[in-house]
Each structure stands twice: as C-alpha cells, then as structure tokens.
Design a protein around this ligand. Sequence first.
Ligand SMILES: Nc1ncnc2c1ncn2[C@@H]1O[C@H](COP(=O)(O)OP(=O)(O)OP(=O)(O)O)[C@@H](O)[C@H]1O
Ligand SMILES: [Mg+2]
Length: 232
Amino acid sequence: MDDFPIIRDLRKGYGEGGARVEVLEGIDVTLAEGELCALLGPSGSGKSTFLNLVGGLERPDAGTIEVDGTSLETLSDHDLNEYRHSARLRLPVLQPRGRPHDPREHRGVPVHLKGPARGGRPPALARLWEQRDKLPAQVSGSQQRCTIGRALVKKPRLLLCDEPTGALDYETSKEILELIEQVSHDYGCTTIIVTHNAAIGQMAERRLRLREGALAKNELNPSPIPAAELEW
Ligand SMILES: Nc1ncnc2c1ncn2[C@@H]1O[C@H](COP(=O)(O)OP(=O)(O)OP(=O)(O)O)[C@@H](O)[C@H]1O
Ligand SMILES: [Mg+2]
C-alpha cells in the first residue's frame, strides 16, 4: 500500500507579535492510501487547521505535505487550487442555524447516482435518490449526503470530514458515518474524520490525537468497529 499523504514537521500559527498563536508545532505523520483515520483532540487544538492544510485550503508556515511525490508547498497558487478541487473534498461542519439548503445542490447528486457505481450504490445515497422529490431541508443529513455524492463524481483520493455529524441526531449520524466508511472502502480514499466523539474513533483504522500543537497519539486500531455497530 502506498503512503498518502506523507506529512513532515508541519507548522502553522496565526497572528503577529504578542497575539501570535502557534497551533501546529511540528506534526509528523504518514497515512496509508485508503486508510480511515479519526482525528481527535480538544477544541482549539488545531484539528480543522490540520485538515485545511492537508486539503490545500491554507499553506503551512513550514514543513511538507507530500502527495504522490509532490510537495504541496512547491505548487503555484494555480496548481494548489487544482489540487484543492480535485484531490479532496471537505465535508463542512453543519451549522444548526446555517443558511437553508439550496435545492439545486440536491438535484446535482442524482447525476452520479444514475451512473455506474463501483461496488454498488451506498445505501445512504440510495435513500437520498429515493427522496429526491423532497426539499433537502426535509431530509436530515442531506447536506452531508449531497457533499459526498458530489465527492464521488470526482473520485477523490482524500476525503476530509470536519465534524461531519456535529449537528445531526443519533440515527442520522450513524448513517452518515456508514456512508463515509463505505465510500472510503469502495473508492479507496484516504479519509480523515475530525471528531469530538471518542466512539467514532473506534471505527477508524488509525487514531490521531492533537494536543498542545503536537501529535499526542498516532496509533493503529487492529480491530475497527463497523460504523453500524457503534454506540454512544
Ligand atoms: N484564521 C485564523 N486566524 C486566527 N486564528 C485562527 C484561525 N484559524 C484558527 N485559529 C486559531 O487556531 C487555533 C486552532 O483552531 P482550530 O479551528 O484548528 O481548532 P479545532 O481543533 O478545529 O477546534 P474545534 O474542536 O473547536 O473545532 C485556535 O486557537 C483558533 O482560534
Ligand atoms: Mg474545528
């Protein structure tokens, strides 16, 4: 199995002078291609910052993120933008009071669903297809499902999920986690799920924990629990 991505001595801080905050102070981690990883850590420990750097949304202050022999820091803004749109897809945090879903986003998904799907159509996406005449706001978890549906069109190699179940009820959370798990396995994408929920860590093949700018834990999980069997 290839390594993807390889991260060395990753550093990132914000602000100047006395207001300067060092968020990531030298992160070294190598993920295996297709691995399902959970990234845990207290609020403010830099989980989203880490995801943004790996996804090419921000540039690090120092260190390297290597994907297929290319270090992201050597890319021009144009090429980094290409990477951002082709290599990864970020699942946004669902804001409980965010803007209403756009029905057009909903309609975009079945374009893929009608096409051939490797490994069959994931059940959670199939359910979205069955509910295609409803407005997205009437289908819980639909924003996440739409995002994943769009992601599949691009055949991403990285699936970056920032608290994908943060604002969802228990049953929907489990469905979304099952979907992420299935997509990760069927499409072979390296997947990072940022979460505060330790139970979600149990479905991961690798568990990472950020604390005070460092990777306090990087452990392989010999027996991940299928998302469907998680309880919290
Ligand atoms: N654009 C920014 N400008 C200034 N400070 C920032 C910026 N983005 C993040 N920070 C700071 O960096 C630190 C890490 O933030 P980050 O959002 O990565 O944490 P997190 O682990 O994702 O937290 P949470 O669990 O609350 O989502 C915080 O102190 C935050 O205030
Ligand atoms: Mg965050």
